[in-house]
Design a protein around this ligand. Sequence first.
Ligand code: HEC
Ligand code: HEC
Length: 204
Amino acid sequence: MLNRTLALIALVLSPLALAGELTQNSELVQTCGACHGVDGNTLLPIAPNLAGQVPGYLLYELNAYKSHNRMDDFMGAFVDPLTDEDISRLVVYYTKQKFVPFIPAEQVDPVLVAHGALLYKREIKKVGLSCADCHGESAEGVENRVLLKDFPRLAGQPYDYLFSNLKQYSQRMKHFSMLGMKVAAASLSDDEIKALATYLSNLK
Ligand code: HEC
Ligand code: HEC
């Protein structure tokens, strides 16, 4: 399934994409690697891992930055100069890298983890779905589950990144493509966001 999607992205976006496959030494990979790591495993707690992320999701987000639907002080300047071909080659590169969970520095509170696990699997009444229904039972990310959408992997992403993104969704400050995600986050309190981010960042 993964290989089929990769092949499809390469085919649709650029017939040449696979001809010049990126490596760790490519200039583009080095540039992005300053924050996301050259193997797509982040060096900064506020930036997400890109390694092993669902390909359709990476493609969607890079195009969202490029069209300025998703704004970020860090990212905008780096994505603006990318061509469609650069984007498809980056997606292929990162999807092939092995995901290594970001190790949190602090001791983990087991009560908070357990609370987060409950929230993650609880049905959100207004949506009729739980976080797990969209993002996967172990938050591993899912291709084409609901309405043929791609849902990002959340497991093992840095706590700070998860917290800040859930907070942005809950305050309606973040662009979204799926109403379900917006409604799901809208009802979350700060304590719940903290529990969810703790649970998810500690999943392998
Ligand atoms: C100066 C640091 C920095 C550099 C360099 C950088 N990024 Fe980022 N990137 C970030 C941060 C921080 C975020 C998280 C923004 C947010 O919280 O919304 C991010 C988010 C992303 C996302 C969204 C992923 C998700 O899970 O939602 C993608 C995709 C991405 N970057 C790809 C790239 C690519 C490709 C490059 C190189 C062209 C690059 N980045 C260069 C810091 C950086
Ligand atoms: C109806 C499906 C759906 C539900 C339910 C849902 N999400 Fe999402 N989520 C998405 C989609 C799709 C995205 C990608 C952004 C977009 O398209 O809106 C996303 C994005 C995210 C992101 C940003 C990931 C990144 O790498 O930038 C986080 C964090 C997240 N969801 C956490 C949650 C949590 C926690 C819950 C439960 C409270 C939840 N989601 C419920 C569909 C869903």
